[in-house]
Design a protein around this ligand. Sequence first.
Ligand code: AMP
Length: 307
Amino acid sequence: MSILVVGTVAFDAIETPFGKTDQVVGGSALHFSRSASYFHKPVYLVSVVGDDFPKGVIDDLGRRGVDTTGLQVKAGQKSFFWSGKYRTDLNSRDTLDTQLNVLEHFEPYLPPALRKPDYLMLGNLVPALQKQVLDQLAHKPRLVVMDTMNLWLDIARADVLTNLKLVDLVVLNDEEARQLSGEYSLVKAAQAIRRMGPDRVVIKKGEHGALLFHKDDIFFAPALPLEEVFDPTGAGDCFAGGFVGYLASSRDVSFENMKSALIYGSAMASFCVEQFGSERLLSLTGKDIRSRVKQFLELIQIDIELG
Ligand code: AMP
């Protein structure tokens, strides 16, 4: 089994009602691989950074079982930079600044050894670049999962639609699902998105959990009611990392197993929101993850005798 992720590796500046940081490392591929590596190693990461990106962070990924052979480091260039500010409810955020920098001329290149992944995560990235990765594959992976964001739906919708025809599962938040489909009801939105290509759709609803859609089947995983949510940045990518990582470790992409994967993804997202970026994921143990999953199971367990 192998997992390949393509996405951003970045510097973020984040402001939440609880704190502010001018610089924390982030990016969709970084958050995803930190999360997925708890379930399956290696995670192959394809992305680009400038030579301003801390080598210590890349070395740390290596120690976690993330293979960074496909991470291009461009001399004399600056890494991708994103800055965002959360509103008081933490479910909505405004992008304050996006500086593509090294991403502007990025051409994702899959070394021959990375062209046959079993699981491919197209993390949030310029849709045309996600497509370039799909074009380099030597065979069809067991599962291709794609993420995107409102920015790309605004400025590159046609490219997003092209990619949707080529992937098995798309992960979106509720706002993005509504924007993509033009439907307010998330059930109708998921049906409309499935008609655009992917067989399965996951819609994340922040503190209100996540929904998995496949044909007429729907499964719902709640989010853990946490006492303190500090910073939601990266939660979606950590969710995807837990989801795909669990599927790869259990070698089973059935709808039934995806229900479990949804819980593991939600557990990883619940850790992510406890600190800036995905910093909380640097110090987890297998025991932490198991006891968090147990909390989820207790949350949804109910015995009802139907008379
Ligand atoms: P999430 O909170 O899961 O949506 O992911 C947040 C991460 O997405 C941050 O660490 C950013 O660096 C990254 N990001 C923000 N804007 C973009 C963009 N336009 N393309 C790719 N990644 C982005």
